[in-house]
Design a binder for this molecule. Structure first.
Ligand code: GCO
Ligand code: MN
Ligand code: MN
Length: 389
């Protein structure tokens, strides 16, 4: 039954073919459900209110397809998109499944493999652009190591940079309207990945030939696997103008890569994230990179997909409620208005300001005794989240 949380196209929710299409395989067990045809995925997601569908090249076109087979598959898929009013906002390349990439694509020690990787990515970019993608994600699933003496990590970084620079030039040369978004992950499937966190990528981007073309695609689970605060990482990306895309899911700390339904584990983190995105005008796709539990059949997959979107919309409403709560806003206002007469000492340095500041007497013991009232604020948030406010 439709209600105010039912997703709509303008919410800009997207899924990957590989997410709802995941058949429930894990390292210890075989698939528990059948793979779904791309056309079926497009149709059901559209019915549920999703806006976009993302894909790796080989989610749609098998790696060994002939050019004729490729063209037919792409034609049928485009028809399904058109019939269902769905778009492909983002595309990416599978540079991790085939054994050729077992020691990386961009960072392989073998230039023959690096050359094949570039060729595969260029073809996948062509496919993504043909389908209308505006963002191209790079998740270097195999760009890492188990044997850390086999590859110089500085060489690995230089190779990664060379590969991305090459592909930026390719996109410019083709006059494609396409940006890159880099997705970090600390480990899995490799023991250690070269760019473990979003922060590592934000620093690396500034060393590229066209930094303005490249942003980040942070994922909840990946930052939580690294024990980090996702809300803070996304804030840094937003503030830098680099949040080009986002992978929403959930994850318990200290576990393997779980890819749970968005907002299913840590409600408070999910609330803080949604509030951050909504209050700062993030207008990009909201992509769910998550899987249904392995216990589910196809119906369960659609329950999972609807759940991701509904939870986002529920949290968006909670965020609006938080902004409209007079008591909460009163506390926030007090927090933001302490000792405004001291603002004059802050901001841009000048010799006069520094002389004046050096004369000020601070009673640090009295300052240190002031209680901040954050307990009360945090409890009000808990009560709002738990539905009693
Ligand atoms: C993972 C990653 C992938 C990427 C995808 C798009 O942990 O497997 O999150 O799902 O997001 O390959 O690049
Ligand atoms: Mn992931
Ligand atoms: Mn991801």
């Amino acid at each position: 039954m439709a209600d105010v949380y039912t997703p709509k196209k303008e919410d800009k929710f997207s899924f990957g073919l590989w997410t709802v299409g995941n058949p429930g395989r894990d390292p210890f067990g075989d698939p528990t459900r059948q793979s779904l045809a791309p056309e079926r995925i497009v149709q059901r997601l559209s019915e549920l209110g999703a806006w976009g569908i993302n894909l790796h090249d080989n989610d749609l076109v098998p790696i060994d397809a002939t050019p004729q087979q490729r063209d037919k598959i792409v034609r049928d898929f485009k028809n399904a998109l058109k019939n269902c009013g769905m778009v492909v906002p983002m595309a990416t390349t599978n540079t991790f499944s085939h054994p050729v990439f077992k020691d990386g694509g961009f960072t392989s020690n073998d230039p023959k493999i690096r050359a094949y990787g570039l060729q595969k990515i260029m073809q996948a970019i062509d496919l993504g652009v043909e389908l209308g993608a505006k963002t191209y994600v790079f998740w270097g699933g195999r760009e890492g190591a188990e044997c850390n003496v086999a590859k110089d990590p500085i060489d690995a970084l230089k190779r990664y940079r060379d590969g991305l620079n090459y592909l930026c030039d390719y996109v410019r040369d083709q006059k494609y309207d396409l940006n890159f978004a880099l997705e970090a992950k600390p480990n899995e499937p490799r023991a250690d990945m070269y760019f473990p966190t979003t922060g590592h990528y934000l620093a690396f981007i500034e060393t590229l030939d066209y930094p303005e073309m490249v942003g980040v695609n942070p994922e909840v689970a990946h930052e939580h696997m690294a024990g980090l605060n996702f809300h803070h990482g996304v804030a840094q990306a937003l503030e830098a103008g680099k949040l080009f895309h986002i992978d929403l899911n959930d994850q318990r700390f200290g576990r393997y890569d779980q890819d749970f339904r968005f907002g299913s584990e840590d409600y408070k983190s999910a609330f803080l994230l949604v509030r951050l995105l909504e209050n700062n005008g993030y207008a990009g796709p909201k992509h769910f990179d998550a899987h249904a539990f392995r216990t589910e059949d196809e119906d369960g997959v659609w329950d999972f997909a609807a759940g991701c979107m509904r939870t986002y919309n529920i949290l968006r409403e909670k965020a609006a409620q938080f902004e409209a709560d007079a008591e909460i806003q009163g506390i926030l206002k007090e927090i933001g208005n302490q000792n405004p007469e001291y603002e004059q000492h802050l901001g841009k340095y000048s010799p006069e300001k520094s002389l004046a500041l050096k004369q000020v007497q601070f009673d640090i013991d009295a300052m240190g005794r002031v209680g901040l009232g954050y307990e009360r604020l945090d409890q009000l948030l808990a009560e709002l989240m738990l539905g009693v406010r």
